[in-house]
Design a protein around this ligand. Structure first.
Ligand SMILES: *Cc1c(COP(=O)(O)O)cnc(C)c1O
Length: 360
């Protein structure tokens, strides 16, 4: 008998809970492009309330949430200032440039996921016909590529105030803002206080099957809703999926603390192994990014070897790999994962000595 796979590739692999499936089956629906889907309307009302904003719009993905936010804030030739490790900058096909003509200006992302205020201020353009117009500052919380670091309230407030002082809007890629709120023990609306817009995923740690939500003031959401339609995101009886999103926001936020504890346990276990380096103290939420420092085994080899033990996780470039805990991962799974790492790392050295090292 084989044991079930331990899938640590992402928190996006989470499947809907029984409560979600039940809510989906029973959801009252209507045509949401006409504004007539009661379940979508309920989800949007709830998201706006939880984030302390006037309005919200439900979208199929976090990528679309960020895209329509940037397009609603910026016109062609305007500039968005963001971090060089931001998801919007690295992993969204440059959609706001490709589709909206919005120019990205990147500044260095610090290891804790923040952007330095000096760097932001130096990137803001003066009034000169050579320059694009600086229109938007975007930050990411939690920060994916920085190992799920949670940006604290003081930083979020100060970044938003800095943007506003210079007449810029402030967007937060809050795909995992729920994780930040739980890790920092603050309510999500407190982290959102200075933000003009936020995009939050329901289908990552919160385990809904599909969907993200964008929040902001009524005028911004009116524009974002128009942009959603333009990029093909107007959905019809979307209450079927929104129902799961409501369960996600009402029942699945507090349990993220379990994912965070499991991620810390994983980091502590990995840090004890020969050839893996990670500072467990930096693991605040559900993402564990670590370096493999071994001559005899590459991240791709390690990942393939772990697959043979039923453990899935991905290399993310260079010496790095990423593991993400989630709803389906128990403390026992973490311990099994650490054992599998130990076995693969040990075999890595042995088989290399015999020159028969092959994996997948
Ligand atoms: C996952 C993610 C997104 C995009 O979400 P999708 O639903 O996969 O399109 C945006 N920003 C960050 C930081 C993410 O981790």
């Amino acid at each position: 008998m084989t044991s079930p796979t331990i899938d640590l590739r992402s928190d996006t692999v989470t499947r809907p809970t029984p409560a979600m499936l039940d809510a989906m089956a029973k959801a009252p629906v209507g045509d949401d492009v006409y504004g007539e889907d009661p379940t979508v309307n309920r989800l949007e009302g709830l998201a706006a309330e939880m984030l302390g904003k006037e309005a919200a719009v439900f979208v199929p993905s976090g990528t679309m949430g960020n895209l329509i936010s940037v397009l609603a804030h910026c016109g062609r030739g305007d500039e968005v200032i963001l971090g060089d490790l931001a998801h919007i900058y690295l992993y969204e096909q440059g959609g706001s440039a490709a589709l909206g003509g919005v120019h990205p200006r990147s500044v260095p992302t610090q290891p804790d996921g923040t952007l330095r205020f000096d760097d932001i201020e130096n990137a803001i353009r003066g009034d000169n016909e050579h320059f694009p117009i600086s229109r938007l500052l975007a930050v990411e919380n939690t920060h994916n590529r920085c190992g799920g670091r949670a940006l604290p309230v003081e930083y979020m407030d100060a970044a938003g105030q800095l943007a506003h002082k210079h007449g810029l809007k402030f967007h937060v890629d809050g795909a995992r803002l729920w994780n930040a709120a739980v890790a920092l023990n603050v309510s999500p609306d407190r982290l959102a206080k200075e933000a003009d817009s936020l995009s939050l995923c329901l289908s990552k740690g919160l385990a809904a099957p599909v969907g993200s939500v964008v929040v902001g003031d009524k005028e911004f959401i009116r524009k974002a809703r128009r942009m959603r339609k333009a990029v093909g995101g107007g959905m019809r009886q979307a209450g079927v999926i929104a129902a799961a999103g409501i369960v996600a926001m009402t029942e699945m936020v507090e349990r993220l603390a379990d994912d965070h504890a499991n991620a810390r346990r994983l980091a502590e276990g990995l840090n004890r192994l020969d050839g893996i380096s990670i500072d467990p103290e930096t693991v605040q939420t559900d993402i564990v990014i670590f370096d493999l420092d071994r001559e005899d085994i590459t991240p791709a080899n390690l990942s393939a070897g772990l697959r043979g033990h039923g453990v899935l996780l991905n290399p993310i470039g260079g010496k790095r790999l990423r593991a993400v805990t989630n709803y389906h991962i128990s403390e026992a799974d973490i311990d099994r994962t650490i054992q599998a790492f130990g076995a693969v790392l040990e075999a890595g050295a042995q088989v290399t000595d015999k020159k028969v090292f092959t994996y997948g």
